[in-house]
Design a protein around this ligand. Sequence first.
Ligand code: UTP
Length: 295
Amino acid sequence: MTRIRKAVFPVAGLGTRFLPATKSVPKEMLTLIDRPLIQYAVDEAREAGIEEFIFVTAAGKTSLEDYFDTAAALEHRLTASGKTTALDALSVTRMNEGALTFVRQDQPRGLGHAVRLARRMVGDEPFAVILTDDVIMARKGALSQMIEAHGNTGGHMVATMDVPLEMTSSYGVLDVFADKGRIAHARGLVEKPHPTKAPSTHAVIGRYILQPSIFDRLDEIGLGAGGEMQLTDAINADVGNVGVCGYRFDGERFDCGSIQGFVQATAAFALARPDLRDAFAGYVADRTQCFRSAA
Ligand code: UTP
């Protein structure tokens, strides 16, 4: 069983759904409760045993790199003033020496293109891809669950969740030939199928474990739908060479790439925090009551 030591974080997208905020703040730096989306993704990777974190970034995203720097002056001030709680809050941003690498995507040519840029850093070993937009609330991190399952399946693995049939046109969907518990073996993936054409309701979520053969496929496929290089096309091109399966993770996924999903995540994470839960629940209940009486 090969260990999964490296994770790629494609963070070079434009984030147009969050304009004007993302005009000067990277989407991955938007704050869910008290930490940016990138922190949730890095924490999940760290819990899964990832040692090397490869960020595919773009112009205007330097705050992402700065976020993981040691803030010497700030730490000094907090230490001097005895603000230990604030100092402790910074500890999650500390990464092991040399654990982070950054590569730039000069134009947003798609998720597949972003992953391909990590080739030299990944080398010849299986690796994880984490999309920071998909925040997953779970007892055991979704990537940890996948890595454990991948030890038995090998091949390419994508995270999946069951969606209502009418929602398939919003997701990549697995074409399943054998469904065993959390694992679904697939003939390939279909991008955003109309419900009448959907081969299943297993929707692909932003966690992948990929074999390095994906890089050759990405080289071969060129640009696809929307003039972008599609990771889905490369996975499909590798079927036959490498097995593909979906892993139904245990947990709840929030689409923080959309405003609605981000708001829902904020509510769910607030309700999961003992220090916020009661006051927040009371506030929402009152507001909902006001809203209903006014309607
Ligand atoms: P999205 O499809 O959500 O695009 O990308 P986006 O640009 O981030 O957001 P919108 O749709 O304009 O609001 C999915 C993931 O792939 C990364 C994004 O950063 C995001 O994590 N991505 C996408 C890249 O790194 N490069 C690309 O060229 C495209």
